[in-house]
Design a protein around this ligand. Structure first.
Ligand code: 5AD
Ligand code: SF4
Length: 451
């Protein structure tokens, strides 16, 4: 009898991609994916530890699984991802109902770990080494994996992530990622191109190149034998026949080269959206964050990007209340927001993370002050997003359909804006349409279908 697996993904796209890989590996091992946790024989939490809150959420939901396991003794519980990597065997102590802890670079061992558990019910399995090689299997392995039972998708997928690098060498003082994902390593160009071609052949229209720091692709620990940088890679991927839309995430300002900016002017299928985390508008804070750029350099990069591609939408990540952040530092963050006028941003209150340097910094900012700063930042960002969105009014834009329920369509522009419109029911995800924008809200646009 086949077993049922439920995977819950927390955190970033990196984790989403890892969950997909786990699903594929498990489907080869005879597991069927289910949509409800209570229908599963195996529950996997693919976890995130980027902020204290993310980690707390993992542990509280994990705690609830204890009850399910009491009712269903054969249930297997696995913890994967960044919390697994960070906490290792401590998880067994804190959560005795967990059977498997599997680190960020060990997901390929999951089927074997499960087999060992099947042979010995009382066993626990843990594997958390950070490997020094690229752990996404090459193309051949992916192909074989594909012959397994596909994890019954509701609709054919029109967009996919392709991992191009793993890990991070930047060591920002607040960040767990170097500890949870290891050192930076780039995947060979040929593997990437083959995977993209394979996906396009299966009907995928939009590719997002994925990595913690994609624009330093090829700079460090390239397992490839060629010397391609990120701009070269983008050019090559953009030219794979059938790639209608190309995106990438995430980037660091100091590695944003002129060659990369030029790609936005040259490549028609490269979407005019750039997520460029800035984290703070104050040079003093940026320095303590160990970010490798200044406010001035960041603003120069933004200007240059806009000169290559005037319609480009720029979004960012911002942290408020970093240790030692003064009122004046925060005003500089607000001022940077006024200058750049980001199309959108993700903003967070600073939180201490294990094994990071800033956790030991003195001068922690009061929780209430952090809260006030965050609120002020987000309120102003919302106003700016709305003003930015209003710039679309009356314009006709090309959108790609994401879903179509009873002629009520959700779609996305190249600039990454969500557009709702009423349209024909033969439009399916991945199709493109022209829409004239008639209404602008804070978080999305509405329009009329043209063609
Ligand atoms: N506290 C608050 N926010 C953080 N981020 C990363 N680490 C922390 C932390 N310790 C934010 C950064 C990053 C995003 C993914 O999460 O803004 O870009
Ligand atoms: Fe969370 Fe960072 Fe790990 Fe992604 S890499 S899951 S954002 S901690």
């Amino acid at each position: 009898m086949s077993k049922h697996v439920y995977i819950k993904t927390f955190g970033c796209q990196m984790n989403e991609r890892d969950s997909e890989i786990m699903e594929q590996l498990l489907s080869q091992a005879g597991y069927i994916s289910v949509a409800e946790q209570q229908d599963a024989d195996l529950v996997i939490f693919n976890t995130c530890s980027i902020r204290a809150k993310a980690e707390q959420k993992v542990f509280s939901l994990l705690g609830l699984l204890r009850k399910q396991k009491e009712k269903q003794p054969g249930l297997r519980v696995a913890v994967a991802g960044c919390v697994a990597q960070q906490e290792g065997k401590q998880i067994f102590k804190r959560m005795p109902h967990v059977d498997i802890v599997v680190g960020t670079q060990q997901i390929y061992q999951l089927p074997d770990m499960l087999l060992r558990l099947d042979r010995d019910e009382t066993r626990r399995e843990i594997s958390c080494d950070l490997e020094k090689s690229f752990t996404i299997p090459p193309f051949q392995k992916l192909l074989t994996a594909d012959k397994g039972q596909p994890p019954s998708p509701a609709a054919p997928e029109f967009r996919k992530f392709v991992t191009i690098m793993q890990g991070c060498n930047n060591f920002c003082s607040y960040c767990v990622v170097p500890a949870t994902r290891g050192r930076e390593i780039s995947r060979p160009v040929t593997d990437i191109l083959e995977e993209v071609a394979l996906l396009v052949n299966k009907g995928v229209k939009e590719i997002t190149l994925l990595g913690q720091n994609v624009n330093s692709y090829g700079c460090t620990n390239t397992v490839a034998d060629q010397q391609a940088g990120f701009a070269d890679l983008l050019q090559m991927v953009a030219r794979v026949p059938g790639v209608e839309r190309l995106r990438f995430t995430s980037s660091n300002p100091q590695d944003l080269s002129t060659e990369l900016m030029q790609c936005f002017a040259e490549l028609d299928n490269l979407c005019p959206h750039f997520h460029l985390p800035v984290q703070s508008g104050s040079n003093a804070v940026l320095k303590r964050m160990h970010r490798k750029y200044t406010r001035e350099l960041y603003l120069e990069k933004v200007d240059a990007l806009r000169s290559f591609c005037p319609e480009i939408a720029i979004s960012t990540d911002m942290i408020v209340g970093f240790p030692g952040e003064t009122d004046q530092d925060f005003e500089e963050t607000m001022d940077l927001l006024e200058i750049v006028r980001f199309h959108g941003s993700f903003s967070f209150k600073y939180s201490d993370r294990p094994n990071t340097r800033s956790a030991d910094f003195g001068d922690k900012v009061d929780e209430q002050v952090k809260g006030e700063r965050l609120q002020r930042f987000q309120k102003r960002q919302d106003q700016i997003s709305l003003e930015r969105n209003k710039e679309f009014l009356g314009k006709t834009v090309e959108v790609m359909i994401e879903n179509n329920k009873d002629d009520s369509i959700q779609s996305r522009t190249g600039t990454n804006h969500i557009v709702h419109f009423a349209g024909p029911n033969n439009l399916v995800p991945g199709d493109v349409a022209m829409v004239t924008i008639t209404h602008a809200g804070k978080h999305s646009l509405n329009g009329n279908f043209i063609a």
